[in-house]
Design a protein around this ligand. Structure first.
Ligand code: UT7
Length: 330
């Protein structure tokens, strides 16, 4: 077989959201907040919360089943599972392996991507590289998060922002006329402390003291993160478009990370794109980290926000710091 690069398409998507809905009114009964503060500062109205016995791998496996069904690809055809998550079921083994077992795809390669909110965008590009190089024919990229398991439900600064969910995409070789055209990925570890879970890792192993001082909860310097978000996402979009040889006006639908409505509006302003071209679902789900862009991609595709041949763009930003964008001809 000639060793030429192949083009790669997203041939199916799926998502799964847990049933339990936690509204802003519910949060008002839990912490010192108001519906007005949450909606005006973030745009979020409700989020989903996984059941106690529902793990990240359960959410992810269901999203993968739905994506495979949408692509009409049996699990026996999958060569590689990539799982983007910051809330793995356990430190190890990787959640991708647990999903592999749950969907019944034995012996195939699997690993996790820890790029926080940008994880799905990273995953799409990593999966594309495996297929382009002919190492794999079918790659599943799944982004699954049970953020409710690391949120401090007494901290109003963070607990109103996050939710649980999962989204997945099936990648396969495509005809040269459509597929993933280009990506831009970036990171800046100098700001790692702005958004992290400080305890439970090698630096601060779990102890009675770390648990008592809440070091296993997600900590975020919201204002600082906010400043970096806009700049990094604009940079990712510009670079990805340049690599794809496209202009922002060529894009039918922009699927951004769903952290904050004000960030999305700010990005729209910087890119000089009307808000109608952005897909937004954060009012229903809040910030689901890596799963946000994955669920938004699935929902926007199923709602018919773009059709075959349209150019779409995903973009995200998050802990690490990490950021990225994919340009895709659907
Ligand atoms: O997904 C990864 C990337 N993450 C992000 O992109 C998140 C980026 N950051 C943000 O979206 C925003 O910074 C937040 C939504 C997190 C916060 O909005 P903000 O406008 O930056 O608010 P703030 O943190 O400056 O807080 C303003 C005030 C503070 O009170 P004082 O100090 O001014 O008296 C907070 O204590 O709002 C207070 N506050 C709240 N009040 C009612 C913070 N959380 C709440 C709350 N309800 N839930």
């Amino acid at each position: 077989m000639p060793n030429t690069l192949r083009s790669v398409s997203i041939v199916g998507t799926g998502s799964y959201l847990p049933k339990k809905v936690l509204t802003n009114a519910d949060l008002v009964r839990m912490v010192d907040t108001t519906d007005e503060w949450i909606t005006s500062r973030t745009g979020i109205r409700e989020r989903r919360i996984a059941a106690t016995d529902e793990c990240t791998s359960d959410l992810g496996a269901e999203a993968v089943r739905r994506a495979l069904e949408n692509a009409d690809v049996p699990s026996s055809k999958v060569d590689l599972i990539l799982c983007a998550t910051i809330t793995p079921d356990m430190h190890f083994p990787c959640t991708a392996a647990l999903i592999q077992h749950k969907i019944g795809a034995p012996h195939i390669a699997c690993f996790d991507i820890e790029a926080a909110c940008s994880g799905f965008i990273y995953g799409i590009e990593i999966g594309r590289q495996f297929i382009m190089s002919r190492t794999c024919n079918t790659v599943v990229v799944v982004a699954a998060e049970k953020l409710s398991s690391i949120v401090d439900w007494k901290d109003r600064n963070t607990c109103v922002l996050f939710g649980d969910g999962a989204g997945a995409a099936v990648l396969q070789h495509s005809s040269a006329s459509h597929g993933i055209m280009a990506s831009s990925l970036g990171g800046d570890g100098a700001h790692g402390e702005l958004l992290c879970v400080p305890g439970g890792g090698a630096r601060l192993p779990a102890s009675v003291a770390t648990v008592n001082s809440g070091q296993h909860y997600l900590k975020m310097m919201g204002k600082e993160i906010y400043k970096h978000a806009m700049k990094s996402m604009q940079q990712a979009v510009t670079e990805a478009l340049q690599r794809a040889g496209m202009k922002i006006d060529d894009i039918t639908c922009i699927i951004p990370h769903q952290a904050n409505m004000r960030i999305i509006e700010g990005l729209a302003e910087r890119l000089e794109v009307p808000m109608e071209r952005f897909y937004v679902n954060l009012h229903r789900y809040g910030n689901m980290s890596a799963a946000s862009a994955a669920v938004a991609l699935d929902e926007s595709a199923r709602e018919g926000r773009f059709k075959r041949g349209d150019i779409i763009l995903t973009v995200a930003f998050g802990a690490g710091l990490t950021w990225g964008a994919n340009v895709v001809k659907w």
